[in-house]
Design a protein around this ligand. Structure first.
Ligand code: SF4
Ligand code: SF4
Length: 375
């Protein structure tokens, strides 16, 4: 059965959210108001372990919608049932932190996620006030307060996941965004591109053009090297690019292996690969047998398409050996002449060849691996 020995599992505890971001690849508060069932999830992974004994490492990432909307007792139950199940088992979460951080929630996060790191998403112009414009300032303040509480009082190591929206690239300086993350105490930052799924499919105006996005990322790359901001905050996207360039290793969204190394467990128990298309392209269910799931024709087709289907322009691109055609879900510009990859950075690396400088971008703690595929 085709499944990698190291897998990443997006465990969606609900399909709905307290926010309603226009760029989200799920459906915000319009998503189904359902919660996951912990015991069937645990049973599925027990069977997976028995039948695929070569799986040695699993990272479970609580996801949604907003994962912390689920009853905390269910989160404890699923954590207890999955913890230490595989030879290497770890947990993470992507949470919006725009909710009252009760003592019960803090206790759960401290008990289960202190060692592995906690991710929270941010964007320049959309999430705060997305459910109610009148609340924008209070929601931003609540988010900042929660971040500080978790870092300064509870001792969490946190990653800021920055969504690259159109207004971000048009209105914000990348160095300023990195400084903001540093000031709040984040240890890592990840820049995520937006796919055309869920809410984003309905709001194409939030997607930047690929060229303006590429130029903005190049400014981010240059300012990181000039300001030496990598000494203060780990930059996961730049680490992945440095790894691609220096070692020809295609990690995260350049792996073209997501469909065989990722499982997205939707809150209703259906299963998919890539989380961005998880709600719309499920190929299995946790109640079905492992072989029925892993051998489903739809899954095998998705694996094969991801590996072998590329824009033909990539084969004559000088950056191909480093880039590997990037993520298969990101759209090329409408006229088809510009890819969504950070091509300007690849070109600059190939031209300048500052190997020692790029080495400094590598994350020494291997943190880029096994974490959510930021795209
Ligand atoms: S890198 Fe692309 S294909 Fe892989 S999980 Fe992310 S969005 Fe899906
Ligand atoms: S930089 Fe663009 S054109 Fe070149 S390989 Fe990557 S995706 Fe393809």
């Amino acid at each position: 059965m085709v499944i990698a020995p190291e897998i990443l599992v997006y465990l969606k505890t609900t399909e709905t959210c307290n926010l309603n971001c226009r760029h989200c690849f799920t459906s915000g508060h319009l998503g189904k108001k359902i919660f996951f069932q912990p015991q069937p999830v645990i049973d599925f992974f027990r069977r997976l372990k028995e039948e695929c004994s070569w799986i040695r490492s699993v990272r479970f990432v609580f996801h949604g919608g907003e994962p912390m909307l689920a009853p905390v007792k269910d989160l404890y139950q699923v954590h207890a049932g999955l913890d230490r199940l595989f030879p290497s088992t770890s947990f993470g979460i992507q949470t919006n932190l725009v909710y009252p951080l009760t003592q019960e929630k803090r206790d759960f996060l401290s008990a289960t996620l202190l060692e592995d790191g906690l991710g929270t998403s941010w964007d320049h112009d959309i999430r705060f006030g997305s459910a109610s414009a009148a609340q924008e300032a209070t929601q931003r303040a609540l988010w900042e307060k929660n971040v500080r509480t978790l870092i300064e009082e509870d001792g969490h190591t946190m990653t800021l996941m920055v969504s690259i929206t159109k207004r971000l690239v048009q209105e914000r300086d990348p160095a300023e965004v990195i400084e903001y993350a540093q000031r709040l105490g984040f240890s890592h930052i990840l820049f995520e591109r937006i796919t055309s799924d869920g809410n984003a499919k309905l709001h194409q105006d939030v997607l930047p053009g690929n060229r303006e996005q590429g130029l903005w990322l190049q400014r981010m790359f240059n300012s990181t090297l000039e300001n030496k901001s990598y000494l203060k905050i780990g930059n996961m996207l730049l680490s992945e690019l440095a790894e691609g360039f220096l070692k020809r290793q295609h990690t995260a969204n350049r792996c073209r292996n997501c469909e065989s190394s990722l499982l997205t467990i939707n809150a209703d128990g259906t299963i998919a690969g890539c989380p961005n298309t998880g709600p719309s392209q499920a190929w299995g269910h946790i109640g079905n047998s492992i072989s029925e799931n892993l051998r489903s024709a739809q899954r095998l087709r998705a694996i094969s398409c991801e590996r072998f289907e590329r824009n033909p322009a990539c084969y004559s691109c000088e950056a191909f050996q480093y880039c590997n055609s990037d993520c298969s879900k990101l759209p090329w510009d409408e006229d088809g002449d510009r890819c969504p990859a950070p091509k300007e950075i690849w070109t600059q690396m190939m031209t300048e060849k500052k190997f020692l400088a790029y080495e400094k971008l590598l994350l020494s703690d291997d943190r880029g691996r096994g974490l959510p595929h930021g795209i």
